[in-house]
Every structure is written in C-alpha cells, then in structure tokens.
Design a protein around this ligand. Structure first.
Ligand SMILES: [Zn+2]
Length: 202
C-alpha cells in the first residue's frame, strides 16, 4: 500500500472487506485505537464520585510512541515543531512533497502502524489444538521435547469469528501435513472429533 493509503486508513473512515467479502465503512484506525484507551468509557460522564475509567496502558503507549515518532520525523524534515495532533500531522504529511528516502521510510513506518493497531485491536485467535488425536500422516499425537500437540485446527476468520467449515484447515506441527476444504470434515470424523465439540469447547 502507498503512504497515502496507509495514512487514509489511519486517519479517515475507510472501506474494509468484511467476513462476507463485502465492503463496508470502517472508522479510522487511530480513532479506534483512541477508543481502546478507555474501554469502559461509554460516553456518559461519570461524576467525581464514580469509579475511575479504566485505562488500557498498551493503547496509551502506542499512541504516545506514534505521535512522538511522527513529530520527531516532521521536525527533522521541516525544522519546525508540529503544533497539532497525530491525525492532522499525518494528513499534512500525506499532502507534502517528500524526498524519496523520507517517502519510503514513512511508507514503511505507517504500514507498521496499520499492522500494529490491527493486531492489537483484533488479535488473531490461536488455532484449536486437537489434543489426544493422532496424525494419520506421521502417527504421532505429541512431538518435540515439549511434547506439543501435533494436530491443530484453524477455524477463525480474520475478524476472529468462526469461519465456515469449508474454510477450515488442519495441520500437523510435527510432519507438516495439511488438510483443507472437504478433507477437514472427513479428517475430524476419522479422528472421532465431532464438529460440534470443536466449535463449542473453548
Ligand atoms: Zn504428522
């Protein structure tokens, strides 16, 4: 993605592909990150006697680091401090004509921020371990010095929701065998693992 695309996603409402493959409008990533700073803040102002609003320190740190980095870069490029906030600075940068090396550097930096915010707000759920099940390819249920479970099931979409079974996959951490598509339902049956158990056991 280009620098302007990254800044657009960070600072403005943008189109995002949903789990159904359809485009929908999503808030600016930095706005979502700012919301995550106070997850308990429902918008109704608590009185002085109310409980303190919980603060998510990781979100605070990310915002402070990004604002600090962007302002330091702006100062280095222009020789001037930036008086406003991070969003207005990024939008200003998007409209600047930058030297090629600065452009490339900021493109990498803003892409890192898009990825960091996305990973923080929507962490990828871990694969389901198929504990006690033997891999039909290598015959092992556990492998390595740490006795790790061999078979794992991928059943989440990018938003952390349960994917359709046709999109699931099973892989063996020991021999690397993989099953996908229709093979997954077949293998779960062969392993005597009802799909309902896989879905409902956390
Ligand atoms: Zn295996």
């Amino acid at each position: 993605m280009s620098l302007n695309d990254n800044i657009h996603q960070l600072t403005r409402e943008h189109l995002k592909i949903g789990p159904d493959g359809a485009l929908r409008q999503a808030p600016a990533l930095l706005a979502e990150l700012r919301n995550a700073v106070t997850p308990g803040n429902t918008g109704s102002a608590g009185g002085a006697s109310g409980p303190p609003i919980p603060i998510n320190p990781e979100a605070v740190d990310m915002l402070a680091r990004m604002a600090g980095d962007a302002k330091a870069d702006y100062r280095e490029i222009t020789g001037n401090p930036w008086p406003g906030d991070l969003e207005t600075l990024l939008q200003h940068i998007a409209a600047m004509s930058l030297a090629a090396d600065w452009h490339a550097y900021l493109e990498r930096l803003t892409l890192e921020w898009v990825n960091q915010i996305t990973a923080f707000l929507w962490p990828i759920k871990p694969r389901r371990k198929l504990t006690g099940k033997t891999c039909p390819a290598c015959g092992l249920a556990l492998h390595g010095d740490e006795r790790a479970v061999c078979l794992s099931l991928g059943c989440w979409d990018d938003d952390g929701n349960l994917a359709k079974i046709g999109a699931w996959d099973i892989e063996c951490g020991s021999c690397g065998a993989e099953w996908a598509g229709d093979q997954v339902a077949w293998l779960l049956r062969a392993l005597d693992t009802p799909i309902e158990d896989v879905v409902h056991v956390s």
